[in-house]
Ligand binder design. Structure first.
Ligand code: SF4
Ligand code: FES
Length: 140
């Protein structure tokens, strides 16, 4: 199990703090006392300094207990890792990338760039699309 972390964000940057890694050197408290207030709750008042000042201070944490990430970059990264599925007009459902398929026959890993699944019900190779949607004039 990974060590517990606490996060504090101003909407632009998120500061991550790992309590177990903190060696209480006080570097952060001395550098930005308006932000790092060990006796307060929450102890990081993130709104009290600019994003640039916060990042500069976090980088000086000697133990690595403090780190940060930019919210926009994290959101973009998350989006890039999402599975991509496309509903092709009047045609199949197209899955992009590697996937694990579970059906009555069991499980199989499909490692193709694109896999087309039948959406019209007419395929003779279900669950895959075999082009039959064109023959039946499937519209959806
Ligand atoms: S600078 Fe890092 S190690 Fe030092 S008190 Fe702050 S969080 Fe803890
Ligand atoms: S969607 Fe292509 S055969 Fe059904």
């Amino acid at each position: 199990m990974s060590a517990p972390t606490k996060t504090y964000t101003n909407g632009e940057v998120t500061i991550v703090w790992k309590p177990k890694t903190c060696i209480h050197s006080g570097v952060c408290v001395r550098g930005l006392p308006e932000v790092f207030q060990p006796k307060a709750k929450p102890w990081i008042k993130i709104e009290a300094a600019s994003t640039e000042a916060l990042i500069a201070q976090v980088k000086q944490c000697p133990s690595g207990a403090l780190s940060y990430f930019m919210n926009a970059e994290a959101a973009q990264e998350q989006q890039q890792n999402l599975p991509e599925v496309e509903v092709s007009p009047n045609g199949p459902l197209i899955f992009y990338g590697k996937l694990l398929l579970k059906d009555q026959q069991g499980e199989q890993i499909i490692d193709r760039q694109k896999t087309a699944f039948c959406r019209c019900g007419a395929s003779k190779r279900k669950p895959f699309c075999d082009g039959s949607h064109r023959e039946i004039g499937f519209q959806a």
